[in-house]
Ligand binder design. Structure first.
Ligand code: MN
Length: 240
């Protein structure tokens, strides 16, 4: 009896080890799979707040679909497009800066992943108000006032025809407003106006249509209530 119990425990332990081994082999097989010769996969980042946190300015359902469906699709399709591309860099920023060398699928989905990852962090509940610190000074130096910068940003966001993004960027010590089509961004080597993104607004209809329908200007105005100026300041500090 005692002998068979010991045997049972020993076999159970071996099964546990075998199970752990299988899991390990499984993980390695996934990472080394010939279908994944790019050597990495991008992942959908979690939202830095709950989907309802930006109410009433950005509604819960829009946040859930925008992050969980749209952003997820960019990540999944980027990973698909990267398979077999021979890409070895794991930096999304490097990818953006050399985007002219890659396919349209990598440009659209890589841009989509970069832009949305940035966009979520540029908002926060109980955000908005006037910028402070280094960014307030930089805005005054480049535009004359926060109000003038806001007017230019709003104009870029509302006049961008079709789908795209409005941007506040830094380039050679100066801040500028620009906009891009589709999922392009000012980091891309193909961008008409290049610079480091400091503030971004998604003006695709999927970003606002459920709550604002055709009233893009109302969505653009609402955005100023959720801007995360601390994050904008941290992006400005990192500009080389
Ligand atoms: Mn979007």
């Amino acid at each position: 009896m005692e002998k068979s119990r010991r045997k049972f425990i020993r076999n159970a332990a071996l099964l546990t080890v075998a199970g752990a081994g299988l899991r390990l082999v499984g993980t390695q097989a996934f990472a080394d799979s010939p279908q994944d010769d790019s050597g990495f996969l991008f992942k959908l980042p979690a939202l830095p707040y709950g989907a309802a946190a930006l109410e009433p300015y950005i509604d819960t359902q829009t946040m859930e679909i925008h992050h969980g469906k749209h952003h997820k699709a960019y990540v999944d399709n980027l990973n698909k497009a990267l398979k077999g591309s021979g890409l070895t860099s794991d930096s999304l920023e490097d990818l953006m800066k050399n985007i002219s060398k890659y396919s349209v699928a990598i440009r659209n989905n890589g841009g989509g992943h970069y832009n949305h990852s940035l966009f979520w962090k540029l908002m926060k509940p109980a955000g908005g108000g006037n910028p402070d610190g280094q960014i307030a000074e930089a805005i005054n130096n480049s535009f004359g006032s926060f109000k003038i910068m806001q007017e230019q940003f709003n104009a870029a966001a509302t006049t961008r025809f079709g789908s795209g993004w409005a941007w506040l960027i830094a380039d050679k010590g100066k801040l500028t407003i620009t906009s891009t089509a589709n999922q392009d961004n000012p980091l891309m080597d193909i961008a008409e106006v290049k610079g480091t993104p400091l503030l971004a607004l998604d003006v695709w209809e999927h970003a606002y249509y459920l709550k604002y329908q055709n009233k893009r200007a109302d969505y653009v105005n609402a955005f100023w209530n959720v801007v995360n100026w601390e994050h904008v300041n941290s992006l400005l500090k990192a500009v080389k």
